[in-house]
Design a protein around this ligand. Structure first.
Ligand SMILES: [Ca+2]
Ligand SMILES: [Ca+2]
Length: 277
């Protein structure tokens, strides 16, 4: 392994061949080197890494090489795997991604971060039967961990299957933070006198039996709350509660009171609405 890295390092440092190899390179438009183009960001485990390789010519022209012409290599397959000659983020860490084309080689550092710990993201409050405007409803999502969590691609839906909202890119809930998803941000403003960070979701919640579901980007369930027995299409399962709780009267919220998710109604109580708090 050490020998292999040494060889690769040698290849890298020899990306620009000696002029004697190309006696005509002042008159012929010779390739002088290659460059890896890859977004300068961290990748999450499972991401395809959209790397391309560019050939640099003596006259300053740059041409993107077809992937078939380039040989990709990684210093650590556990971090940056090469699958069918394409790089993919395989595990948390840093690795060097190498491109080889003819006699040229180039390397780029790749950083892979672990996927968010979605188990720390919970539905925290559901205001489903507002005091005045019916569409002043909101759903609050909590980050119960000590790290900021990017919830892009996660979704909230209701048990009837009519309404769903997917959190857009760069939706980050700060450590121990809360984010408010309003049904209608104008009506929300009328009642609470501030605009939430997120726009209107249009998610419409029933007042006498509703289910609210929080899902990972892959569609698997992170957290679920059954209000007043749950939606008729998505009722509370055995084990959730002996009665139909939580049951928030008009103007009150169902509010999580346990940060450990037991997936029972014991995690929930009824309180005054506290969006964002
Ligand atoms: Ca409602
Ligand atoms: Ca709250």
């Amino acid at each position: 392994m050490r020998f292999a890295i040494a060889v690769m390092f040698t290849l890298c440092t020899c990306a620009y061949p000696a002029p004697s190899n190309y006696p005509n390179d002042t008159s012929v438009n010779a390739i002088t080197g290659i460059e890896i183009i890859v977004p300068s960001r961290e990748f999450a485990v499972g991401d395809d890494i959209p790397a391309t390789c560019v050939a640099l010519y003596a006259d300053g022209i740059r041409k993107t090489l077809s992937n078939d012409a380039v040989q990709w290599e990684s210093s650590d397959q556990q971090v940056c795997a090469i699958v069918e000659n394409k790089p993919r983020a395989a595990g948390k860490g840093r690795a060097l991604l190498y491109a080889h084309y003819e006699s040229f080689s180039e390397a780029k550092s790749i950083s892979v971060i672990a996927p968010p710990d979605y188990s720390k993201i919970l539905i925290g409050e559901v205001y489903y039967d507002p005091a005045q405007l019916a569409d002043a409803e909101f759903i609050e999502v909590w980050n119960t961990s000590d790290e900021d969590i990017d919830i892009r691609g996660c979704s909230i839906s209701e048990g009837g299957g009519l309404y769903s909202w997917t959190f857009p890119a760069d939706t980050i809930i700060s450590a121990y933070g809360k984010i408010v998803l309003p049904r209608n941000s104008e009506s929300f403003f009328q009642e609470f006198k501030f605009y939430p960070e997120l726009p209107s979701s249009n998610i419409t919640l029933g007042n006498s039996g509703e289910t609210v579901i929080l899902k990972k980007p892959d569609g698997s369930i992170i957290d679920i709350v059954f209000l007043e027995g749950g939606d008729v299409k998505y009722p509370q399962p055995i084990g959730w509660c002996a009665s139909n709780l939580p049951n928030a009267p008009k103007g009150y919220s169902a509010t999580r009171v346990a940060l450990q998710n037991s997936s029972t109604c014991a995690d929930w109580d009824v309180r005054q609405p506290t969006p964002g708090e």
